[in-house]
Design a protein around this ligand. Structure first.
Ligand SMILES: C[S@@+](CC[C@H](N)C(=O)[O-])C[C@H]1O[C@@H](n2cnc3c(N)ncnc32)[C@H](O)[C@@H]1O
Ligand SMILES: [Zn+2]
Length: 213
């Protein structure tokens, strides 16, 4: 986790926790590399409402999901709240990156559409009334939001890579081919298959993304 962020009281949801900037962060800076145990869908579903609240899908088959309070407290990624106007997104499967300059005191957010995946077979049911108060707030966030075409246009390259590949299939004319080049660090498609993990390719892909901004 970058020293410029810390888990603390949320501005967006008073009474709950969030991840706050405690120092200035520049656009393109990695603020957090996600870590911790990865669970498969049957395990995620068994965890129940705790899993619905905190699960972060990183492929069609796997998610980060705390199984208990102890695991939750060790994994700061679970405290990032949603905003319909997010200031971070996913550079690749694990790295959360600033989409703009962020000043100390601001809350770190991403759009939950970047990670929540619903499809026949995975049985996720996440849905909450959004309290982000951004001018373009969707009012309700659900695990079906990854399908919204306007979000693909606006934030396509900041979704989890497995979702980018899905909407590339939905919109064959989608121009942002660079966003599909990002390699995954963890198994991406099926148990037993591993993607290219060469770190050099991660840095090159990152460079390519910011060169076009
Ligand atoms: C991954 S947790 C985030 C951390 C949480 N605030 C906490 O203190 O444990 C996700 C939960 O936070 C709440 N949440 C996050 N962003 C929200 C938003 N924009 N509007 C309303 N609730 C939100 C919802 O209850 C959601 O189920
Ligand atoms: Zn909102």
């Amino acid at each position: 986790m970058s020293p410029a962020i810390a888990v603390g009281p949320s501005w967006i949801i008073p009474g709950q926790r969030g991840v706050m900037a405690v120092g200035p962060i520049h656009a393109g800076e990695v603020v957090m590399v996600m870590g911790g145990p990865v669970v498969d869908i049957p395990t995620h579903n068994q965890i129940g409402s705790f899993g619905e609240e905190y699960g972060i899908d990183i492929s069609e088959h796997f998610s980060f999901c705390p199984c208990n309070e102890e695991e939750l407290e060790c994994m700061p990624q679970f405290f990032i709240n949603h905003s319909c106007e997010p200031n971070t997104g996913f550079l690749d499967q694990l790295q959360i990156v600033a989409l703009r300059d962020i000043t100390a005191g601001e809350e770190i957010t991403y759009d939950y559409a970047f990670v929540l995946f619903s499809n026949p077979g995975n049985e996720h049911r996440f849905a909450v009334q959004c309290r982000c108060l951004s001018p373009n707030c969707r009012k309700r966030i659900t695990c079906d939001d990854w399908r919204i075409p306007e979000l693909h246009q606006k934030y396509g390259r900041w979704f989890q890579p497995f979702l980018r590949r899905r909407f590339y299939n939905l919109h064959p004319g989608w121009a942002d081919a660079a966003a599909l080049e990002v390699p995954c660090a963890v198994e991406i498609s099926e148990p037993g298959k591993r993607a290219d993990q060469a770190p050099r390719r991660v840095y090159e892909a990152r460079h390519a993304l910011f060169k076009t901004n």
